[in-house]
Ligand binder design. Structure first.
Ligand SMILES: C[S@@+](CC[C@H](N)C(=O)[O-])C[C@H]1O[C@@H](n2cnc3c(N)ncnc32)[C@H](O)[C@@H]1O
Length: 324
């Protein structure tokens, strides 16, 4: 497949307001959704949206597809969204729960920390309540999701005892209400808790597969281990698929290049874009990364690279569209 270079600043489609999911994670693709959607729209696939590495779900929920297969190895993410799909978790239930737990947090010893610890211990003891999952996701430090070596939630407290103020609870409740409208009942939307290797072969020629695997050589936790063997297997499965695919990966940063690009992905079409990851633990994760989208269809309609161009797209409008 031949690559073409067209050095134009990509047009950002700001017409549609973005849906923000009720759970957070450091790899969340919120700000890249318009770019991903622009590329996906070129593929113009009429089948299903297939996302083997769902994470918070922000890309799937803004895809507009009415039929989907969504998967993640993290059982808490899948359990949470399946509970919303089954309507065992509803917006009023989340509101009542957060009001109660938020009140306990605001009065707890040690500036709220004791109650955060109580919920975290309850969750890690094996109860795995989807409601506690939302609490931890929204009261943890810096909107991060990370699990320790035994699969335990190990993010520290954000140190804000009044975290669940009424306006914040309303915001989260509205996000749950919105996602419960987006998620279609089975069999239109099907959730899985398996390896990507079980999911990609389910795709047929009319489907679009969007993959956002853990980035090779970057942050790792219990559910985000990623080896070169994983990358090779992903490459092999995506090379064989009859569907169209879009893969998110990183291209390079100030220090190094992603060696996987040259090794596996350079025979496909690649578009790149600067992206600033503002959360995450290490200094490296806080710097600008050149993101890449790899795909198996022609991309002449979209600017191939904006890396290095100084023109700033409409930042103010962008910020207005992406609220927490
Ligand atoms: C980079 S995150 C996806 C972020 C997502 N696009 C978002 O915007 O929120 C990668 C996800 O892949 C999941 N994952 C890691 N290894 C996996 C595997 N072998 N198969 C399926 N999912 C996996 C992780 O649990 C994590 O949620």
């Amino acid at each position: 497949m031949k690559k073409t270079l067209n050095l134009k600043v990509p047009k950002l489609k700001m017409s549609k307001r973005l849906f923000i999911p009720p759970i957070k994670s450091q790899g969340i693709k919120t700000k890249l959704v318009p770019w991903i959607n622009d590329l996906v729209s070129i593929a113009d696939q009429k089948g299903r949206w297939i996302e083997p590495f769902l994470g918070t779900g922000v890309v799937a929920f803004n895809s507009g597809y009415k039929r989907a297969i969504l998967n993640d190895t993290n059982p808490h993410i899948i359990n949470f969204y399946k509970s919303i799909q089954a309507k065992t978790i509803t917006a009023p239930l989340v509101k009542a729960y957060l009001e109660k737990e938020g009140e306990l947090l605001s009065h707890a010893e040690n500036n709220g920390y004791e109650h955060y610890l109580k919920v975290r211990t309850r969750f890690n003891s094996g109860q795995f309540s989807p409601l506690d999952f939302v609490f931890l996701s929204r009261a943890g430090f810096n909107g991060m999701m990370r699990f320790g070596s035994k699969g335990n939630w190990n993010i520290p407290f954000c140190k804000k005892p009044d975290r669940f103020a009424p306006a914040y609870i309303t915001k989260i409740t509205n996000q749950v209400a919105a996602v419960s409208k987006i998620i279609q009942p089975e069999p239109e939307w099907v959730f899985h808790n398996q390896s990507f290797a079980e999911i990609i072969p389910l795709a047929t020629k009319d489907d679009i597969i969007y993959c956002d695997p853990p980035y090779y050589g970057r942050h790792v936790d219990y559910y985000n281990g990623w080896t070169e063997q994983d990358e090779a297997l992903l490459f092999s499965l995506l090379s064989k698929t009859k569907a169209k695919f879009v893969l998110s990966t990183w291209h390079h940063n100030d220090w190094r290049e992603n060696v996987m690009i040259h090794k596996y992905w350079s025979n496909f079409n690649i578009v790149t874009k600067d992206h600033f990851y503002h959360n995450g633990g290490s200094i490296e994760n806080r710097r600008t990364v050149v993101e890449a989208l790899v795909c198996n269809f022609e991309t002449a309609q979209i600017a191939q690279h904006n890396h290095g161009l100084k023109a700033k797209p409409k930042i103010r409008q962008l910020e207005m569209a992406f609220e927490e």
